[in-house]
Design a protein around this ligand. Structure first.
Ligand code: UDH
Ligand code: NGS
Length: 287
């Protein structure tokens, strides 16, 4: 790598007006991550620049305002393994971001699509975000060149390989795990389907929405989009949804009649913590 270029990049990054001038090979790459649970209080103390889940770079002007949307239920252990890796990486990358942890209340079975749609709509009441990154709580980024920004050209899948699939993906159409869309892109596909209660297919349905609205999906290169998924057992209320294939069958016909324009939920609480905004939602749709 040409050092003079690197120096120029560094100058641009630190002192220019734009934080987004970095190439995809700017940082060292593979991070040493600890995968250790860090208690909230300790983590909060170590990240004094975070307030109300928000961070703004100091030395450059960010060109995007990014909302990180984390779907959540009963995964506290994962959240405080993810945040100690994710937040320092985002700060280093010069991203302006706010983290939203969206928790679905009991008793309905977990519905990731509704949680994402609610997260999108509620985040827009907090600030004028232009990029949304939908992020599983158990996906740990391994390479800090995986810049957390949206691509105006099309939806961006940040994941190119996961430990559990030997650092590959099981199929090329997969877009689950960590996915970024601009506000416009998310509106164009009408968000996620609200119909998938339980595990599976809400991501495949989203892929079909992108296809039917003529969007090209981008993916980080294999060497950069690397993740370790925290190994865990299946949640009791997150059983595979046996009816999912029938729903996906008609996915492209439903794009405009099932999504952010039809989602039904109630925001039951919101707490602004230093490291993230914690929202709880009740899903008001048939399970
Ligand atoms: N999630 C929760 N709580 C739940 C269910 C889902 O927080 O009860 C969120 C969380 O952000 C999680 C994401 O939804 O990362 C996806 O859920 P998942 O990680 O359980 O799904 P995945 O497909 O793994 O990644 C399923 C478990 C497979 C266990 C197989 C054992 N052989
Ligand atoms: C597919 C699911 C997707 C899921 C993917 C990876 O089989 O929703 O596995 O899941 N599609 C269907 O069930 C049709 S993973 O192994 O990472 O938990 O995202």
């Amino acid at each position: 790598y040409d050092l003079s270029v690197r120096e120029q990049d560094l100058n641009n990054f630190m002192f220019s007006t734009n934080c987004s001038t970095l190439p995809l090979n700017f940082f060292e790459g593979r991070m040493k991550i600890s995968k250790v649970f860090v208690p909230e209080e300790k983590l909060t103390k170590s990240l004094p620049d975070m307030k109300d889940g928000h961070y703004s770079p100091k030395n450059c002007t960010p060109h995007e305002n990014v909302a990180i949307i984390i779907p959540f239920r009963d995964r506290l252990a994962h959240l405080f393994i993810l945040l100690p890796t994710l937040i320092p990486m985002l700060i280093k990358q010069g991203v302006q971001f706010t983290i939203f942890v969206i928790e679905q209340d009991l008793p309905t079975s977990f519905n990731k699509g509704v949680v994402y749609n609610a997260g999108f709509l509620e985040a827009l009441k907090v600030d004028n975000f232009d990029c949304f990154i939908f992020h599983d709580v158990d996906m740990l980024p391994l390479n800090n060149n995986n810049l957390y920004r949206c691509d105006p050209k099309g939806p961006l899948h940040f994941v190119a390989g996961v430990n559990k699939f030997k650092y590959r993906l099981i199929y090329n159409w997969l877009i689950g795990g960590v996915l970024g869309l601009t506000r416009d892109q998310y509106q164009r596909v009408n968000g996620f389907s609200n119909l998938y209660f339980g595990w599976g297919s809400e991501d495949d349905d989203m892929r079909l929405r992108m296809y039917s609205t003529n969007m090209t999906v981008y993916r980080r290169p294999q060497s950069v989009g690397l993740y370790d998924m925290i190994i865990h057992r299946r949640d009791k209320r997150w059983r595979p949804n046996n009816g999912r294939f029938e729903i996906t069958w008609m996915a492209t016909n439903r794009t405009h009649i099932d999504g952010i324009n039809t989602v039904k939920y109630t925001l039951t609480s919101m707490e602004k913590k230093p490291l993230f905004i914690h929202m709880r939602i009740a899903v008001n749709m048939a399970d």
